[in-house]
Design a protein around this ligand. Structure first.
Ligand code: AMP
Length: 281
């Protein structure tokens, strides 16, 4: 497995693969890889001849006061995980490689990025769309893999690929969880032992709503209300949002019908965690 830092070198590598008629899969990440990322890489390795994992903590998607500087990093461990999973290249550019001095172009979206996480993180998805577009142009993959853990991001990328005719298949992968149900996340390392225990409340509250749904409840207010009351019982939890939206448009709906996304963002202490359920009838 190669670690490549330069865009030029990666392009040459991909050109070489293309000459041999090989298909290419891309797994974009911010590193500090865990089983969630590994599930994406495993799938990419199964479905493509060659796999590129990008490890890049993208400054453009972090707002002022967010955790850009403290975001956990461990390249050595990440490379080991990628190699063991069968990736061919880890693309690890420095920020200056991705954003040259006079950088001034952005990819933005008017609709799907405004609600949910977009409310508290207004510039986040502009950063995500821009960096993912750049990665798509650099790697020109056949398929790119994204986790349902970041459900809004997955919906935004799907929409962007359609709007801008990238011609790349976007593959969504299920959420990988810890044994106690907490969705795996690089940010879980911020949690103290007490907070780590409290953090299981996110998945438990979603389970409560899913059970109600399975018993026939379709009223969005009742379902989100049940989640809120559940979360309110945990003293360390502070709700950012609890929303029930259409899974394709991310628009708020009154009834849980068709494909829906129940998405929540909750502060556990100072750490903001997200989780969700995608439910299709
Ligand atoms: P990140 O490094 O947090 O930007 O995540 C990179 C990719 O891994 C994104 O597509 C995430 O949705 C995905 N991912 C992160 N955590 C998980 C998880 N627990 N299960 C599945 N996918 C995940």
């Amino acid at each position: 497995m190669k670690v490549i830092e330069s865009i030029k070198e990666l392009r040459e590598q991909v050109r070489e693969w293309r000459k041999q008629g090989l298909s290419v899969g891309l797994v974009p990440t911010m590193g500090y890889l865990h089983e969630g990322h590994k599930s994406l890489i495993d799938r990419a390795v199964k479905e493509n001849d060659r796999v590129v994992v990008s490890v890049f903590v993208n400054p453009m998607q972090f707002g002022v006061g967010e955790d850009l500087e403290s975001y956990p990093r461990d390249m050595e461990r990440d490379c080991q995980l990628c190699e063991n999973a069968g990736a061919d290249v880890v693309f690890h550019p420095q920020p200056e490689e991705m954003y040259t001095k006079n950088f001034s172009s952005f990819v933005d979206m008017n609709t799907l990025t405004k609600g949910l996480c977009g409310k508290t993180r207004p510039i986040h998805f502009r950063g995500v769309c821009t960096v993912v577009s750049k990665l798509f142009n650099i790697v020109t993959p056949d398929r790119a893999y994204f986790g349902e853990k970041d459900a809004q991001q997955l919906a935004v990328i799907r929409h962007m690929v359609e709007d801008l005719n990238f011609g790349i298949e976007i593959v969504g992968c299920p959420i990988i969880r810890e044994e106690d149900g907490l969705a795996k996340s690089s940010r879980n390392t911020y949690l103290s032992a007490e907070e780590r225990k409290a953090a299981t409340v996110l998945n438990r509250s979603l389970q409560e709503a899913e059970n109600l749904y399975k018993n026939g409840e379709r009223d969005a207010e009742v379902l989100t209300g049940a989640i809120r009351s559940y979360l309110d019982k945990e003293p360390l939890a502070k709700i950012d949002y609890v929303e029930l939206v259409d899974w394709n448009t991310l628009e708020t709906v009154e009834k849980a019908e068709g494909s829906i996304l129940i998405a929540i963002a909750v502060y556990i202490g100072k750490t903001r965690l997200i989780d969700n359920r995608i439910i299709a009838e």
